[in-house]
Every structure is written in structure tokens, then in C-alpha cells.
Ligand binder design. Structure first.
Ligand SMILES: *[C@@H]1O[C@H](CO)[C@@H](O)[C@H](O)[C@H]1NC(C)=O
Ligand SMILES: *[C@@H]1O[C@H](CO)[C@@H](O)[C@H](O)[C@H]1NC(C)=O
Ligand SMILES: *[C@@H]1O[C@H](CO)[C@@H](O)[C@H](O)[C@H]1NC(C)=O
Length: 568
């Protein structure tokens, strides 16, 4: 059994229920043990234990027949009534909701807490002066609620917009515009004689994660970074002659919408990189705040995300050479210039990086024949705001801390016994077919399962048909800061992650507007896409848990290894 790095024995990987009948899954059959890890999709999975193991095609069909859009909608609504950032009381309540959902289905379930370093805003201010020495105008830094917003009262609980783990500090300096914040963008600025050193870099979302953008800004010498969501990429386009409209009228991000995120450049708890954290009161080795302050994994400069409207206000105040066409905004945007200045931004950010408790919820269906082999299903539960689409987005390391710490703690056991880790972080973005990402030995299984489920948007086709039309071929799981990173990159477990639709159709990502209303109107109006994803997901689980021969096919793996690796 894994021990913490401090040498102290912790609870076993699988916490056994005191009631042996329940722990045995009530005749749940299955050869392998099946861990539903933090999963909110309990209801569909639940039907599994009602089924006889003898006739697999019959119980696969029965499983599929039990999918229910009303249940999916009800769980989503209940989980997103309040914002539930990691470490808060609201997120602990969401954990209890998931625990109760599993328990009510007679699954033995328990919560494993970890104490980890989380990061909250204490004070933010940002002001703009037309030039050094001139009067500065402060930005309100508030995302406005919308007309008839049913969550307007709960919106008061949403944390002020910020970047987790941003350095605290105050910077007043001229601003330089650096497009999407790639290293090449800074190289271009240098080639135009624009010096970024000591300046505030203004960059826009669209190509890179915020932690990459802030890292690149710092590498270029910037003293601070401001990241905004350009209307060109997140605001949608208006029909000719019409005015642009946004949520709740359309799926697009309102002008005051802000995409928040984390700047930590790693996985899991920053104080325990690559080794497990422990519960509050227990003893485990941690990096000190001095270690962290000097760590390359921390952003090292103050940074703040702002809205499209604030980004545009800053750009309007800038001088210098006109930026190249690819750096410009969309229709109706002002002409973007490179700077530096003469506009001066004054940013003050004070954050509180503090140890707080997060909870992993586990439910276990014990297998009969190989109960020491695990098929693991999971995702994260905590959200930056309401989390209706993204209960813990794939880019937000803070949100995956729980699964990372658990994976780190149980690394040896998982490495030898886990059959697969099946993650669904965002199940539905909108229309556009299933988009799986996987390690290659799962490709054939994904295809097989998706052929058994009708497409929710056009039931005359299968999920496989629309998947191959919209998203061929199956892509690979990659990327730090994702739910599955610890499982794939640290432990080497066959893993998949999948969603329905396209990320580009989800402009409210990590903003105030990622709420139930958005999902009901734009993401998945009848919740059939949620059910379809759960159906494919569950079939893959059933086959991995029950097939006589574990359905991992290494032929695609061999082919993949022959593909020249060109994308470094
Ligand atoms: C920047 O803003 C802070 C907070 O509002 C203020 O105390 C400080 O004097 C400002 N700095 C400059 C150089 O204007
Ligand atoms: C930081 O968070 C801790 C724990 O929640 C709290 O006790 C402390 O008062 C906070 N500090 C500031 C400056 O807000
Ligand atoms: C579930 O699907 C049915 C049939 O399409 C539809 O009438 C109902 O409104 C859906 N329920 C929800 C909560 O969307």
C-alpha cells in the first residue's frame, strides 16, 4: 500500500464498507473492481448493479435503455446552484451531494480529504492612465449578471476575477500589446524594436492557456500581465447589419465576461509536486513558501484576467506602430497598436495562497473474479464559478488537485492493478459529435462502444458516424493540468477523456456565465447529448470490467509509434 512521503501509512486505496453485502456489490458481478471516482454521472452507472452478468449484449442494451435525460438535468441543476471553488464550503456540499447520490444507489461510498495549497484573491485593482503622470481611471473588474439571471443572488458568492497563484504585488508601467502571447509574438515585438522589459504585457486568450501566456510574458521581461478575451474569439459575430448579441440571447460571452484560471505550471498540490499530500492535521513533507516563491512552476509576476470590454479600453489608449493584421480584432474593433504606452496600467494584486481541504468522493463496485484490478471512472467536481459545463476544466490544475494527489498516493498500486482511467471532464460543449482523446490501446474500444449508441442530434446515425465525420482521427491525451495527467503521465495507465461538441462553441468557459441556463439554452437543450456521452462512457466501463479478455488493442499503439513525432 502506498505511504505518504513522510512515511506515514494512510487509508487503503479502497476503503472497505463495513457491510460485506454492499461491498460485494450485491451480486454486481463484473470481473474487475470498478471505482467511480468523483463522478457525478452516478445515475447511469448505477444501473449496472441491477444487471445479470451472463448475457453481455442483453445487459449492454438494458444499460443503454436506462439512460435518462431528466436525471442528468436534475443532477446538473443541483450541483450548479452555487459557485463551488475548490476548498470552499460550497464545494464540500457538492461532495456530499455526490456521496449521497452514490449511497442512495447502494454503492459503498466514502470521501478522502487532502489538504492542499489553494489560492484566493484578497485585493485587486487595475487603473489606466492615458500617459504617465495623467489621472488614472479604475476598472470595476466586475462581471455583470444578466437580465432575469436566476443565479444573480448566488453570483455574489463567485470569487472576484483573478488568476490563482498569481504573484502578489503592484506594478505601474506602460503597456505593450503581445497578441496571443506566444514566444514568437514577443520575438516579433523585439524585431519591431518594442521592448517588453519592465512593461505590462497585454495578451489575449485564444491560443494558449493562461499559465503559458503569463510564463511567456515573464520570460520576455514583462513586470506584469493582463489577459483579456477578445470579442473576435469569444464574442461571436453579428448577422450583417445587426448588433452583436451575447448570453443569454446567444451562446457568446458578454462584454464584461472574464475567463479565470490557474497559473501554476504543474499538476496537483504545489506544495507536494509528484508526491501525495495528506489530510489536515496529518504529517507530510511539503515545499515551504520560500521554496515555492523561487519555483519555476509559479508565475512569479502579478497577473490578472480582464473582460473584452476592458481589453478594448486599454487597446484604444495605446500608441506605437499598428499591429499586424493577424493581431487585430474583429469587426468594429479599434485599430490595435503595439505600444509601448503611452497608456500606463497600474495593477495591484494581493492573493492568499493557503492550505485548504478538498474532498475526493469514491464509490466502489467490487468485482467477483479479479477484485484486485481496477477500472476507474472519474472527473473533477469543483468549479471556478457555477461549473455547469466545466466542473473543473481540463486546463485548471487547481481543480485537478484532488485526483492528482490520490493518484500520487496510490501510484504503485495503480501502476500494477489499474486497467484504465476513464475521464469525462466536460461532457458537452454543444453540437458537433463525440470527441474522444485517448491512449491508443483504447481506440478500438471507443469505436466499438460509439457504434452502439445513436447520435443524440441525429438518431439515424451512430455516435461513431458523427465522431468520424467531425473529429477524425481519435486524438491523444496530452497536457499538464488535466484531470488525467497524473494517471497518464505519472503512472502510465491507459486513459481516455471525451466530450461532445467543440470547445470553440463554449465561449463562457471559466466565466460567470458557465451556468445551468447556458447549458439548457445552448450546450444541450434536451440533455440528450449528456445521456449519449454517458452511454458510450458506461459501455466502455462495462466492457473493460467484464470482458473475458481485457479489450485493449495494441495494434493502434504500434501504428501510432510509427508516426513521426513532429509536434514538439
Ligand atoms: C497604483 O495604484 C495603487 C492602488 O490604487 C496606488 O496606491 C499607487 O499609488 C498607484 N501607483 C501609481 C504609480 O500610480
Ligand atoms: C488567508 O487564508 C487563511 C485561511 O483561510 C485565513 O486564515 C487568513 O486570514 C487569510 N489571509 C488573508 C490575508 O486574507
Ligand atoms: C428529455 O427528453 C424529452 C424528449 O425529447 C423532452 O421532452 C424533455 O424535455 C427532456 N428533459 C429535459 C430535462 O430536458
Amino acid at each position: 500500500m502506498a505511504t505518504s512521503r513522510g512515511g506515514k501509512q494512510r487509508q487503503p486505496l479502497l476503503h472497505h464498507s463495513p457491510t460485506p453485502a454492499a461491498a460485494n456489490g450485491g451480486g454486481a458481478a463484473g470481473r474487475r473492481r470498478f471505482i467511480a471516482f468523483l463522478a457525478a454521472a452516478a445515475a447511469l452507472v448505477a444501473s449496472y448493479h441491477l444487471l445479470a452478468p451472463t448475457d453481455s449484449s442483453r445487459y449492454h442494451a438494458l444499460y443503454l435503455s436506462l439512460g435518462c435525460n431528466a436525471t442528468a438535468a436534475a443532477h446538473l441543476r443541483a450541483l450548479t446552484l452555487r459557485p463551488h471553488v475548490a476548498g470552499t464550503e460550497a464545494n464540500a456540499a457538492a461532495a456530499r451531494y455526490v456521496l449521497d447520490a452514490f449511497s442512495s444507489l447502494s454503492f459503498p461510498a466514502h470521501i478522502t480529504p487532502y489538504s492542499v495549497l489553494l489560492s484566493y484573491p484578497v485585493h485587486r485593482s487595475l487603473s489606466l492612465a492615458a500617459a504617465r503622470g495623467l489621472a488614472a481611471r479604475p476598472f470595476s473588474l466586475v462581471q455583470e449578471t444578466y437580465k432575469d439571471d436566476p443565479y444573480a443572488a448566488a453570483a455574489a458568492e463567485v470569487l472576484p476575477t483573478y488568476f490563482a497563484y498569481s504573484a502578489s504585488g503592484s506594478v505601474a508601467a506602460e503597456v505593450v500589446y503581445a497578441n496571443y502571447g506566444h514566444n514568437e509574438d514577443y520575438a516579433y515585438l523585439a524585431s519591431r524594436g518594442v521592448d517588453v522589459a519592465g512593461k505590462v504585457a497585454l495578451v489575449r486568450y485564444g491560443d494558449l492557456h493562461c499559465e503559458d501566456m503569463v510564463r511567456n510574458a515573464r520570460a520576455a521581461g514583462a513586470a506584469a500581465a493582463i489577459v483579456y478575451t477578445d470579442a473576435k474569439d469569444f464574442g461571436g459575430s453579428a448577422p450583417k447589419g445587426a448588433k452583436r448579441r451575447w448570453f443569454p440571447d446567444t451562446r457568446w460571452l458578454p462584454p464584461t465576461g472574464v475567463q479565470v484560471g490557474t497559473l501554476y505550471y504543474g499538476n496537483g498540490d504545489p506544495t507536494t509536486p509528484l508526491w501525495p499530500s495528506c489530510a489536515a492535521g496529518d504529517d507530510c513533507e511539503r515545499l515551504s513558501s520560500e521554496d515555492l516563491a523561487g519555483s519555476e512552476a509559479m508565475p512569479g509576476i502579478p497577473a490578472l484576467p480582464v473582460s473584452a470590454r476592458d481589453g478594448e479600453t486599454i487597446l484604444k489608449a495605446m500608441g506605437g506602430d499598428v499591429a499586424p493584421p493577424k493581431w487585430q480584432g474583429g469587426e468594429g474593433a479599434p485599430v490595435y497598436r503595439l505600444g509601448p504606452g503611452p497608456a500606463v496600467l497600474n495593477l495591484t494584486y494581493i492573493g492568499n495562497d493557503t492550505l485548504a481541504t478538498i474532498e475526493n468522493v469514491f464509490a466502489v463496485i467490487q468485482g467477483k473474479e479479479e477484485p484486485d484490478r481496477y477500472v476507474i471512472v472519474g472527473n473533477h467536481r469543483d468549479a471556478w464559478t457555477f461549473g455547469a459545463v466545466d466542473p473543473n476544466s481540463g486546463t485548471a490544475a487547481m481543480l485537478e488537485i484532488g485526483s492528482t494527489e490520490w493518484a500520487e498516493e496510490n501510484m504503485d498500486t495503480l501502476a500494477s492493478r489499474a486497467v484504465a482511467y476513464l475521464n469525462v471532464d466536460i461532457s458537452v460543449f454543444g453540437p458537433g459529435g463525440l470527441k474522444p482523446r485517448a491512449t491508443p490501446q483504447l481506440d478500438e474500444l471507443i469505436k466499438e462502444a460509439s457504434k452502439m449508441v445513436p447520435d443524440p442530434d441525429d438518431p439515424s446515425e451512430t455516435m461513431y458516424d458523427t465522431m468520424m465525420r467531425h473529429h477524425p482521427p481519435i486524438t491523444r491525451v496530452a497536457g499538464a493540468g488535466t484531470d488525467f495527467a497524473a494517471f497518464v503521465q505519472h503512472i502510465g495507465i491507459p486513459s481516455l477523456d471525451m466530450s461532445y461538441g467543440r470547445f470553440d462553441d463554449y465561449p463562457v468557459y471559466h466565466s460567470l456565465y458557465d451556468d445551468y441556463v447556458w447549458v439548457e439554452r445552448f450546450g444541450d437543450p434536451l440533455f440528450h447529448r449528456h445521456v449519449a456521452v454517458a452511454s458510450v462512457w458506461g459501455l466502455i466501463v462495462l466492457k473493460l470490467a467484464d470482458d473475458e479478455i481485457v479489450p485493449l488493442n495494441y495494434v493502434p499503439y504500434a501504428s501510432e509509434l510509427e508516426v513521426p513525432f513532429i509536434h514538439i
